[in-house]
Design a protein around this ligand. Structure first.
Ligand SMILES: *Cc1c(COP(=O)(O)O)cnc(C)c1O
Length: 342
């Protein structure tokens, strides 16, 4: 795979570290748990969207865009990383935020990622949950074009074949690291949402015949829908890479048993996973994605889904800034009162 064929703005701190998690491994009694630190990609507290944006923002730059527009949920990590990336390129950023949770918590609505969106100088507008966010975004983009702006729109999560190249490249990076360290990876696990991360990874893994099974832990859509979204995007990404047909339907596996009540609503397992990573490994997860991904990983370990000697890599996709939008979900002494007491 020859990624330098594609336009790219290099911003991410790569390669991200691949580390062993000794205390979590010990507490769970195996398998051997490793973590790939894509929470440390370096842009405005990091996260997985930065790898995708390296390829997307290169397209924006090539078309001479002066404004990028994207959309996501209120606490979107993608929106925050897009806003920060636009700063690096001297572009303006406008964001449409969908209220998927109906939360009235001021921290959820204004702290965490939302605070950073504004800190990066982005403008934002809200939409109620359930509207067609892509259509809303295209309509807003047209109104800016009518005013003479050169607009580049980025789909939710940066998930199209261009963005997914970032995760095909991550697959190559991971396999190179494993080879250099002499690590045999038996399974790769991560949280899957808008599908670009899983689609890029599976396209990359299959294109190089890595023989590493990939498991996405869903955070929103039901299994059939999630797998269909990932498969369609993985096929298109493989085609863009010059390897059409390498991804089979059965390569795409999503487990959606850990979504709980819905997108952005933490589950008890998610809170437990966040506390376990924080207290055993000093690693911060988030309540929307990586916490639910880790909840799935921990449950599957407990259920004996993996062999004790298996090496499992958890891809940490970031998002810990969203913790500050969810202090209410953690009943530590006084912390959930911080805003109310103001
Ligand atoms: C967006 C996101 C994901 C999911 O990645 P997709 O490519 O949208 O499937 C996982 N974790 C975090 C922290 C994210 O922000």
């Amino acid at each position: 795979m020859h990624f330098s064929r594609f336009p790219r703005v290099r911003v991410a701190h790569l390669p991200t570290a691949l580390e062993f998690m000794p205390r979590l491994t010990e507490v769970l009694g195996g398998p051997q748990l490793w973590i790939k630190r894509d929470d440390c990609t370096g842009l405005s507290t990091g996260g997985n969207k930065t790898r995708k944006l390296e390829f997307l923002m290169a397209e924006a730059q090539a078309m001479g865009a002066d404004l990028v527009i994207t959309q996501g949920a209120t606490q979107s990590n993608h929106a925050r990383q897009t806003a920060a990336f636009a700063c690096r390129l001297g572009m303006d950023c406008h964001i449409l935020l969908e209220d998927r949770t109906n939360s009235t918590d001021p921290n959820y609505n204004y702290n965490g990622n939302v605070f950073l969106d504004y800190l990066h100088g982005a403008t934002a507008e809200k939409r109620p949950g359930g509207v067609d966010m892509h259509a809303e975004m295209e309509a807003v983009a047209q109104s800016f074009r009518d005013k003479g702006r050169t607009v580049y729109t980025i789909p939710g999560g940066g998930s199209n074949p261009t963005g997914a190249l970032g995760y095909a490249n991550c697959a190559l990076e991971l396999v190179n690291q494993a080879n250099a360290q002499g690590l045999r990876i038996d399974h790769l696990v991560h949280a899957t949402g808008s599908a670009g991360t899983q689609a890029g990874l599976i396209a990359g893994l299959k294109a190089m015949n890595a023989q590493i099974p990939l498991l996405g832990i869903g955070v929103r859509a039901p299994k059939a829908k999630q797998e269909e979204n990932v498969f369609n995007l993985a096929q298109a990404t493989a085609e863009k890479l010059g390897c059409p047909g390498v991804v089979q339907r059965e390569d795409v596996v999503a487990n959606t048993d850990y979504v709980g009540e819905g997108y952005g609503i933490p589950t008890p397992g998610c809170i437990e996973a966040i506390e376990m990573f924080a207290r055993l490994e000093g690693i911060l997860l988030d309540p929307v994605y990586s916490g639910k991904g880790a909840a799935g990983l921990i449950d599957l370990c407990r259920e004996g889904h993996f062999k004790p000697t298996d090496n499992i890599v958890f891809l940490h996709t970031g998002g810990s800034v969203a913790l500050f939008g969810y202090t209410d979900a953690f009943k530590y002494e006084g912390t959930h009162l911080a805003v109310a007491a103001e």
